[in-house]
Design a protein around this ligand. Structure first.
Ligand SMILES: Nc1nc2c(c(=O)[nH]1)N[C@H]1C(S)=C(S)[C@@H](COP(=O)(O)OP(=O)(O)OC[C@H]3O[C@@H](n4cnc5c(=O)[nH]c(N)nc54)[C@H](O)[C@@H]3O)O[C@H]1N2
Ligand SMILES: Nc1nc2c(c(=O)[nH]1)N[C@H]1C(S)=C(S)[C@@H](COP(=O)(O)OP(=O)(O)OC[C@H]3O[C@@H](n4cnc5c(=O)[nH]c(N)nc54)[C@H](O)[C@@H]3O)O[C@H]1N2
Ligand code: SF4
Ligand SMILES: [Mo]
Length: 732
């Protein structure tokens, strides 16, 4: 019999509220929950494909173990855990705990207990080698506030802002930075209707750009130049919020001289955007008091992402775009502990140089985490501390890490490679063990992870939360476990005690999170773990559970007055950032002119990084990643839709299939990442079927950020040539 259950989607971080029709323990259809006060019935194609994802023939339902010939065969998960624990104990005894690394990727996010349990296990093992995708995503987002300092009242929120600026972010599609991720299309529509002035800076006319009052379409990689030009104009025309600047900042004089070279004329010549449009954007941004700026993945992956993020904060501070004393907080937290919100500045704090040091390129731990772009070299470089074992949790290094050839070499070097994945991904195919996990609707969930995105202008502006029990059974005959159960099971076998911290605390003034010691003789239930993770929550989990459709838990909270002894200052002139800005000013305008194109990152609506590519319904339009280009560029190169090109960077080359797109700036190739397969794998050259991997174009040794290690992953200088059709499996 069919029953309809309330739940929420976990195909991306947006956690859309859904109604799932379940028949005989299996999901058969998904629709948006139209009465939900936050999502208003929104779902995307991925969410509606949850039934297909759960029943997908390519989903692995048993742990797979690689044999000597490289073939994978099913083994019972308990046996795999015994073998892994034993092998790991040997590796740790011989090489020390640092030889074990954990990488948590995109799909560690939707499962609240997975990454915390894996982290607790690694910590108990004594290894500092915890890596996440954050340092190959938007590391500047954490680094810039450390260098600038933070405002205790927090940022304004998109929903009630008068002016908003998006640099290289396309939240309408990505459900990411800028517009809160729950039904961003409706939020943008409502905002524009009530008069929001949107400024978008993007080399491609993104979906978000269509609603922009000012749209700048620059040459990729010139965001520091544009922002410096806007700051210069705001200072020159006296458009700053003087009282805010006087009371809460330092370094204005140094900033003024650092931006001096960035005249409108210079910005126009260098970034290829009309100077008057830059001025219009700056004046608009400064003229309205409730606003904000967000920087997305584009500029973070282009040169000097930290600087772009930093200058974005400088712009916010100069114009006083921070929430003030007595103003209402949109969401003081529901499942998170409320953290005090005070109208005062907090001083900068160290962004890097602490904690574990990598052995390569002078990289250290950072506020964005350990530099993932250095991990392949940590695996490859012999000597004390060499990483011998890698655990990938919901991530796909072969698809997502920059410098794919090096990643492949690293995967082949490992003594123990374990992947927790729902399919035989490019990484899983190289792993010694692939642990088959339960999927979202088969496990309890709560919206705590999405709530944790609130400080990044992505989470809930409304004090909303939802808990969902498991609503379907794992497929019959399967042997699947939850990710946390795997790490708990390893810890049990290795006699490691585990403590779990209540996670997702944030704020410069937050208290230390409460911790729970786990009973290692008897596995906890999911709900017990959720209780541990929400200790100190404003609304107890038990209360949230009463509302099966999710609910808003209202609470009036205002930004409090500053402490009497508050002395913090936001810094306009961090030395490293000013040094980088001086370097920008010294660069020749026509650098890299040998390369005619810049390849930029972008996302497709129906797949999530490398996930979803195996679900037929989601790849009806594109099973590969087209190389989107301006139609006139195609004509100039004698190319037509569907032609194959070779795209060559200073590091490597890939094949691409061209696709005209009107809104792309000339000289730009816009191409999604995480497609293709491992170099040399049988499918690798079947570009028309599986696309190609843009990560292969990046070197992790050159053009990298000195601190996060992120290399050029957007605004990559490339050339193109027409390419011959390749025969699958025959190599280039
Ligand atoms: N060139 C280039 N490289 C990039 C980017 C770019 O724009 N350009 N973007 C970067 C960014 S922003 C990021 S975040 C990283 C992403 O880096 P990763 O997280 O390493 O890569 P994904 O492709 O998201 O890998 C997700 C994996 O999780 C698996 N999976 C799906 N559902 C589940 C589940 O329920 N449980 C488990 N255990 N696994 C599941 C998928 O099959 C897939 O193999 O890539 C980065 N790499
Ligand atoms: N459907 C879908 N949603 C996703 C994902 C997905 O793969 N598919 N991935 C998820 C992940 S992991 C993340 S981190 C977020 C990312 O979310 P966003 O940061 O919003 O990512 P994109 O949608 O790629 O938008 C980046 C924009 O930057 C522009 N850009 C590229 N280079 C430059 C540059 O040098 N300067 C400027 N100004 N702009 C530039 C691109 O043209 C593009 O429009 O999305 C998440 N959401
Ligand atoms: S936006 Fe994200 S959470 Fe919402 S339906 Fe799509 S994939 Fe699911
Ligand atoms: Mo990401």
């Amino acid at each position: 019999m069919a029953e309809v259950h309330d739940s929420f989607c976990r195909f991306c971080h947006a956690s859309c509220a859904i109604k799932v029709t379940v028949e005989d323990g299996r999901a058969v259809s998904v629709i948006g929950a139209k009465d939900n006060p936050v999502y208003h019935g929104y779902t995307c194609a991925k969410g509606r494909a949850l039934p297909e994802q759960h029943a997908n023939p390519s989903r692995i339902l048993h742990t797979m173990k690689r044999d000597a010939e490289g073939n994978h065969n099913p083994v019972p998960v308990e046996q795999a855990m015994d073998e892994i624990a034993e092998k790991l104990s040997r590796i740790v005894a011989e090489h020390g705990p640092r030889s074990v690394a954990l990488y948590t990727g995109t799909f560690s996010f939707p499962y609240p207990a997975g990454a915390p349990m894996a982290g607790a296990w690694l910590q108990s093992l004594g290894s500092p080698m915890l890596f996440t995708s954050a340092t190959i995503d938007q590391p500047g987002k954490m680094i810039a506030p450390a260098l600038h300092g933070t405002w205790g009242g927090g940022p304004y929120h998109f929903d009630d802002a008068d002016v908003w600026m998006l640099l290289g972010a396309n939240p309408t599609i990505s459900k990411s930075i800028g517009i809160p991720c729950m039904n961003p299309g409706k939020r943008l529509h409502d905002a524009v209707k009530r008069g929001l002035q949107l400024i978008v800076i993007d080399p491609r006319e993104s979906e978000a750009a269509r609603d922009a009052a000012v749209f700048l379409q620059p040459k990729p990689g010139e965001d520091p130049t544009i922002l410096a030009g806007m700051i210069r104009l705001i200072l020159a025309e006296g458009l700053t919020d003087e009282s805010f600047v006087d009371a809460h900042t330092q370094g204005l004089t140094e900033l003024r001289s650092a931006v001096e070279p960035f005249t409108l004329d210079y910005v126009e010549r260098r970034a290829g955007v009309p100077g008057e449009d830059v001025a219009r954007a700056a004046r608009l941004f400064a003229s309205l008091s409730n606003g904000g700026v967000n920087v997305g993945t584009g500029p973070n992956m282009a040169p000097r992402g930290n600087l772009t993020e930093y200058l974005g904060l400088v712009l916010n501070t100069l114009t006083g775009h921070w929430r003030r004393e007595g103003e209402a907080l949109p969401n003081p937290g529901v499942l998170m502990a409320p953290s005090p919100s005070k109208a005062q500045a907090f001083d900068p704090y160290p962004a890097w140089g602490f904690g574990e040091h990598l052995r390569v390129r002078g990289l250290t731990n950072t506020v964005a985490g350990m530099p993932t772009a250095g991990l392949a070299d940590e695996i490859l470089m012999p000597g004390e501390g060499q990483v011998k074992a890698l655990f990938s949790l919901g991530g796909n290094p072969m698809a997502a890490w920059p410098d794919q050839d090096k990643t492949l070499a690293a995967m082949n070097e490992l003594e123990l490679n374990v992947s927790l994945d729902i399919k035989m991904s490019a990484t899983a195919k190289l792993a010694d063990y692939v642990i088959a996990p339960k999927l979202s609707l088969e496990v309890p969930g709560m919206t705590l992870p999405t709530e944790s995105l609130t400080p990044y202008a992505m989470g809930y502006p409304e004090p909303y939360a939802m808990y969902s029990p498991a609503i379907v059974d794992p497929p019959e005959g399967s042997d699947v476990i939850e990710e946390w159960e795997f790490f708990y099971g390893l810890a049990q076998r290795m006699n490691l005690p585990l403590t779990l911290a209540a996670s997702y605390e944030w704020g410069p003034d937050s208290e230390a999170p409460e911790v729970t010691e786990l009973d290692m003789s008897c596995p906890p239930t999911n709900d017990e773990l959720f209780e541990a993770l929400t200790k100190g929550a404003r609304v107890p989990l038990s209360e949230v559970k009463k509302y099966s459709e999710g609910a808003i838990f209202p609470y009036e909270a205002l930004v409090e007055p500053a402490d009497a002894d508050a002395t913090g200052r936001l810094d306009f002139a961090d030395r490293t950032m000013m040094g980088e800005l001086a370097e920008v000013a010294l660069e020749p305008i026509d650098r890299d002119s040998y390369y005619a194109f810049r390849l930029v990152s972008r996302r497709l609506p129906d797949v999530h990084n490398s996930a979803g590519r195996d679900i037929p319904k989601l790849v009806r339009k594109w099973s590969y990643n087209p190389a989107f280009m301006n139609p006139e560029d195609l004509t100039d190169h004698g190319l037509e839709k569907g032609d194959m090109i070779e795209i060559t960077s200073s590091h490597s080359s890939i094949l691409g299939i061209v696709e005209p797109e009107e809104g792309i700036r000339r000289g730009v190739i816009s191409m999604p990442h995480a497609f293709g397969d491992a170099p040399g794998s049988p499918d690798d050259k079947d570009v028309r079927k599986i696309g190609s991997n843009t990560g292969r174009l990046s070197s992790v040794e050159r053009n990298c950020d000195r601190y996060s290690g992120i290399p050029l992953m957007s605004a990559i200088p490339v050339n193109i040539t027409a390419a011959e059709e390749r025969i699958p499996g025959q190599g280039v």
